[in-house]
Design a protein around this ligand. Structure first.
Ligand SMILES: *Cc1c(COP(=O)(O)O)cnc(C)c1O
Length: 356
């Protein structure tokens, strides 16, 4: 049965939920999807036919431009459930703005705000059982847009599909994270698309990341493409350094993604009177600080893992271990952010968004 909601989204419910087939205690990040998905098509110059329907395959022409020219952007956000069953998003307005910023750079038409929020509210209500309460549990939300017009001429598509998928998640990236500072490969360049969550940015990292894995590192910290002397960010996380008590992170630019977690950490640091410096960070400076014992921490910040403490970094043939701290900034920021996300603390900045 099709129901049309006040927001004009057609809803076609799954006949019976697949939720009982899922083991929520051994979820591999991003591999299981909830019962429903949202989609909306852009054609004849406007977004139309918004629908929530059972998760399943799409039928798309093999000539669709996304397959040939990579016209695709995405977002990553999470829904959290508190102990009373309340469902919350964290700063979703930021994700909305960013998907349109990414879209614009890839010549993709912007998606309307009201529909973005109506779609999120409705699909999250429908699949609310897929959000488990408890710290660390969440429902990862993947909005994305692909170019669907058939035709292999290298020009922007006239048709697109906007979709939202939901994937239940447990805590992400556990254990010691070992990273290597890139000396040869680059993620982004001036004037490029590094600031956008454009699909090709991620595909291009797989090969150099595989090389790093063969050497025992899980992630690459990308450096500037000119000199490889300045530390920029990780594949899906912004990077923070703590020297003595000062927190340092690179400024956002057209090469560095403007992460929601990054800006939330900076805001929390400000209110906690932690000295922060947003400036370029030299590889040599970090190695020097390691040598003289002032480098206390390095951690990544991003929606998937919230905060990922880094235990070791490599540069050239050298390996540098970081101290194990009793009271780290990483742990402190992680718990402060999660307390806000899970509705366990005050929300002085208005970051929580209650799903209707
Ligand atoms: C998504 C992403 C981040 C983190 O952004 P959040 O909004 O905090 O999730 C950082 N760097 C890159 C390259 C990313 O794709």
């Amino acid at each position: 049965m099709n129901i049309t909601t006040p927001s004009k989204i057609t809803v076609r419910k799954i006949p019976s939920s697949r939720i009982n087939e899922v083991n929520f205690n051994s979820l591999q990040f991003g591999s299981v999807f909830s019962d429903h998905m949202f989609s909306c098509d852009f054609k004849e110059g406007r977004w139309q036919d918004p629908i929530i329907q059972p998760f399943g395959p799409l039928t798309i022409s093999p000539a669709a431009k996304v397959f040939h020219y990579g016209q695709a952007v995405f977002e990553g956000m999470k829904a959290y459930k508190d102990d009373n069953g309340g469902i919350f998003l964290f700063r979703p307005e930021q994700n909305f703005k960013r998907i349109n910023k990414s879209a614009k750079r890839m010549a993709i038409p912007e998606f309307p705000k009201e529909l973005f929020f109506d779609a999120l509210n409705e699909i999250l209500q429908l699949d609310s059982e897929w959000i488990k309460p408890g710290i660390g549990n969440s429902l990862y939300i993947r909005p994305f847009v692909i170019a669907t017009q058939a035709g292999v001429s290298a020009s922007p598509s006239t048709e697109y599909k906007f979709m939202i998928l939901l994937s239940p998640a447990q805590a992400y990236y556990t254990g010691d994270v070992k990273v290597v500072f890139s000396e040869h490969y680059s993620r982004a360049a001036d004037g490029g698309v590094g600031f956008a969550k454009a699909a090709g940015n991620y595909g291009a990292q797989f090969y150099p990341t595989n090389l790093a894995r063969e050497k025992g590192f899980q992630q690459v910290i990308w450096t500037d493409s000119h000199s490889h002397e300045f530390l920029e960010e990780a594949g899906t996380m912004n990077i923070f350094f703590r020297i003595n008590d000062t927190l340092i992170t690179a400024p956002t630019s057209d090469r560095i993604l403007d992460g929601v977690t990054r800006k939330s950490v900076l805001k929390l640091a400000e209110t906690l009177n932690i000295p922060t410096e947003v400036r370029r960070v030299k590889v040599s400076e970090i190695k020097e600080a390691h040598k003289n014992g002032t480098l206390m921490e390095i951690f990544g910040a991003g929606t998937a893992a919230v905060i990922s403490p880094i235990s070791t970094f490599g540069h050239g043939e050298k390996i540098f271990d970081l101290p194990v701290l009793e009271e780290s900034y990483a742990t402190m920021f992680k718990s402060k952010l999660m307390d806000i996300q899970y509705n366990r603390s005050e929300d002085p900045f208005g970051w929580r968004y209650r799903v209707l």
